[in-house]
Design a protein around this ligand. Structure first.
Ligand SMILES: C[S@@+](CC[C@H](N)C(=O)[O-])C[C@H]1O[C@@H](n2cnc3c(N)ncnc32)[C@H](O)[C@@H]1O
Length: 263
């Protein structure tokens, strides 16, 4: 049985959304990669938003993602880069909990929450053990997740449909609208069921709809530290933003963990 490509519905839109293109994490990850001197493994690399700027530093990179559609976009983005840079990047289709590259990396990153698509504790542990297995002695692992908003957790009924986002597709001039719906909260298993609904307003006058349902597991700060430590990933820093600010309860949007391999 093949696993469905869960990110396929979002792949054509991913690089167009200001919320992704404007995310202020790229320099943070590029700096870490520069300091590591490579090679770099990026888990959940998607369309190459962070991976390609990392390879521009002259480093050898492997990008891993389970979505063939996201990797196809990544290949298309890579095609616009110099051939020398293209030669430094290898793309591999795999989930992180099944990763087997047979080599070690000075830096492993997991930018913009791929880990939260893993919905069970068993799979989370499997995934982090696979990270540990690919980390060189003295190597680092950096991962970000969102800091769960307690107010939203307490009052889920107030936050069913989020503000629609919209933009114009530069290739076609068509207006794209995305609505995000919180479908369900499973507080026992800490899973948020979400749905993106895309509307493409066609030049011809019709509207084309695409749905992308997915789950995200929300994870609290100390829970994440315990998970990492349990898998041999010692936490050396935790930041609340990509300027390396501290975590401020109720204010920080991000939880960014910098880990070192423990044996
Ligand atoms: C929000 S996107 C982030 C993409 C990219 N890292 C970025 O920062 O733009 C999440 C990515 O995680 C990938 N993903 C989902 N489940 C995964 C898993 N089990 N292992 C690795 N990647 C996964 C998705 O296919 C998707 O490309």
């Amino acid at each position: 049985m093949t696993t469905p490509d869960q990110y396929a519905p979002s792949a054509p839109f991913y690089d167009l959304f200001p919320v992704y293109t404007g995310r202020e994490d790229v320099e943070f990850y590029v700096q870490a990669a520069r300091a590591s001197e490579g090679p770099v493994l990026e888990i959940g690399c998607g369309t190459g938003r962070v991976l390609i700027p990392t390879a521009r530093e002259g480093l050898t990179c492997v990008g891993v993602d389970p979505s063939a559609a996201m990797l196809e976009r990544c290949r298309a983005n890579l095609a616009a880069e110099p051939s020398e840079l293209q030669g430094r990047i290898t793309l591999v289709e795999s989930e992180m909990q099944r990763l087997d590259l047979g080599r070690l990396f000075a830096l492993i990153t997991c930018p913009f929450r791929p880990f939260q698509h893993i919905l069970s504790t068993e799979d989370q542990i499997e995934a982090l053990r696979h990270v540990h297995r690919h980390l060189a002695p003295g190597g680092r692992f950096i991962i970000d997740i969102f800091d769960p908003r307690l107010d939203a957790l307490l009052h889920p009924e107030e936050s069913g449909v989020l503000e629609p986002e919209e933009f114009t597709d530069p290739a076609t001039g068509e207006r794209i609208v995305r609505r995000t719906r919180r479908v369900a909260w499973d507080r026992t298993n800490q899973i948020l069921a979400l749905e993106f609904l895309y509307e493409r307003h066609l030049q011809s006058g019709g509207v084309e709809f695409t749905e992308h349902p997915f789950g995200m597991r929300y994870i609290f700060r100390w829970e994440m530290e315990h998970l990492l430590e349990r898998c041999g990933l010692g936490v050396v820093d935790v930041f609340g933003d990509f300027e390396r600010g501290s975590v401020i309860s109720g204010e920080s949007r991000e939880l960014i963990f910098v880990c070192e391999r423990r044996d």
